[in-house]
Every structure is written in structure tokens, then in C-alpha cells.
Design a protein around this ligand. Structure first.
Ligand SMILES: [Zn+2]
Length: 232
């Protein structure tokens, strides 16, 4: 029997597939040298299929955000084609001087995808699915206008990445990540004790194509209650 990284249920070996974190389509058009040492986690059929639509959404978003990176040209081309195949494409694209300036994407879809990748990274690091008593929130593209939230995001980002390095799945140009437990202490500091059983919070930071950053916060209810109490 094997445990699925996403739903946490047990399945016999023949009903388990291998899921790449992040999705393989983010590597479209890149050479083999970009695809080494990718994270792979066990997934049941349902969980593996569930995200294919959304995987495409994030691929499209990253594709059109190309800042003139040559390696990404193929991905960008494919993404624009994919967007223009959809019925509502004209409503989603904003043009300036004949170039695509930006594209509207569903924030909910992004959120699902960041959570999926968080669960994958979590499984790879701790060897178990995320326990069900953790609730997951994200801070990402689309939250820029909320200054308070961005401030919290910066604190979390520094906690995970400062004094430590990003880990890489495939290549740093595609996916950089790190993940840490976060536990309050009696002093004003928080520590990473790596012990999931006794942790109240786990933070993940992800950077896609050096362009799109998301911070994922998985916490038990006591963690947020504790923060509220301190701030009183
Ligand atoms: Zn599953």
C-alpha cells in the first residue's frame, strides 16, 4: 500500500501514479538539462487527474509573463495559443501597441495549484501527507493591493528563505521552493523544529520561472488564535 500525497488515502501499488511537482507542462520547450532531479510524489488516479485543467491555467499565466527570456519562447507561444483557443479569450487579454500586456486568470485556480504544490513539497520533505487539521491559505499574485497582507507575506518569506537557500525541482529557472515549520517560543522568536506532530504552522515559499511567487501557510487553529492573543 502507498499513501497519496494529496488526499492522504492509502492505495494498492497498482493504483498509484507518479506526480511531478511542479507539473511537467511548466517545462515545455526546455531542454533535458532543465529536467534533472525533479520532485516526484505518489498520487492516486483521481488526484493525479483532478488538476490537469488548472495545471494548464498556470502554465498559460507563466507563459505570457515572459520577460524576454529566450528559453521560454516555446512555452510562451504555446500558452498564447492555448488562451486564444478558449471562447472568452478576447475578454481576458489586454493589449498595448499590438502586444499582449496582461491576461486575467482565476485567482481560485491559482490558489488550488499553489496548495497542490505545497502538498507535494510537504510530502517530499516530511514523507507524509499534510495532516487534515492544518488549514491552508496563500498569499500570491492578486494580493498586491492588500498592504497588511503583503507585510505578513514578507515576514513569512524572510523566515523561510533568509539564512537558508532555495531548493530546486528541475531547474532554478522553473521552480524554486523551500518549506519550514514555524513554532512560537516563549520569547519573541519562532523556530523551525521540523516536527510536524508538534508544529502549529508550516510555511512554503515558491517561485515559478523567477517570475511568479507564492507563499503558502498551513496552520492549526491554535496558531492563529495564539497570534490574535499576542496582538491584544
Ligand atoms: Zn489522492
Amino acid at each position: 500500500m502507498q499513501v497519496c500525497y494529496n488526499c492522504g488515502n492509502e492505495f494498492p501499488e497498482e493504483n498509484i501514479t507518479r506526480e511531478h511537482i511542479p507539473a511537467q507542462n511548466l517545462f515545455f520547450g526546455y531542454g533535458d538539462e532543465y529536467k534533472v532531479n525533479r520532485l516526484v510524489v505518489p498520487a492516486c488516479f483521481d488526484c493525479n487527474n483532478q488538476y490537469s485543467q488548472i495545471d494548464q491555467e498556470i502554465r498559460d499565466a507563466i507563459g505570457v509573463m515572459n520577460n524576454g527570456n529566450d528559453e521560454q519562447t516555446e512555452l510562451t507561444r504555446k500558452s498564447i495559443k492555448s488562451i486564444m483557443r478558449k471562447k472568452n479569450w478576447a475578454d481576458r487579454l489586454y493589449f498595448s501597441e499590438g502586444k499582449v500586456l496582461s491576461v486575467d486568470f482565476s485567482y481560485d485556480d491559482f490558489k488550488k495549484l499553489h496548495i497542490k504544490n505545497f502538498k507535494g513539497v510537504f510530502y517530499a520533505k516530511y514523507g507524509r501527507p499534510l495532516p487534515k487539521d492544518f488549514e491552508v491559505e496563500i498569499i500570491a499574485e492578486g494580493d498586491e493591493e492588500d498592504e497588511k497582507l503583503m507585510g505578513i507575506g514578507k515576514l513569512f518569506y524572510d523566515y523561510v528563505v533568509e539564512n537558508d537557500k532555495f531548493l530546486i525541482s528541475g531547474h532554478e529557472d522553473i521552480f524554486m521552493y523551500n518549506i519550514k515549520t514555524m513554532n512560537p517560543t516563549d520569547s519573541e522568536y519562532v523556530i523551525d523544529n521540523g516536527d510536524i506532530e508538534n508544529s502549529l504552522c508550516v510555511i512554503g515559499v515558491f517561485v515559478y520561472h523567477k517570475n511568479l511567487c507564492s507563499i503558502v501557510i498551513a496552520s492549526k487553529k491554535e496558531f492563529l488564535d495564539g497570534i490574535k492573543k499576542r496582538n491584544r
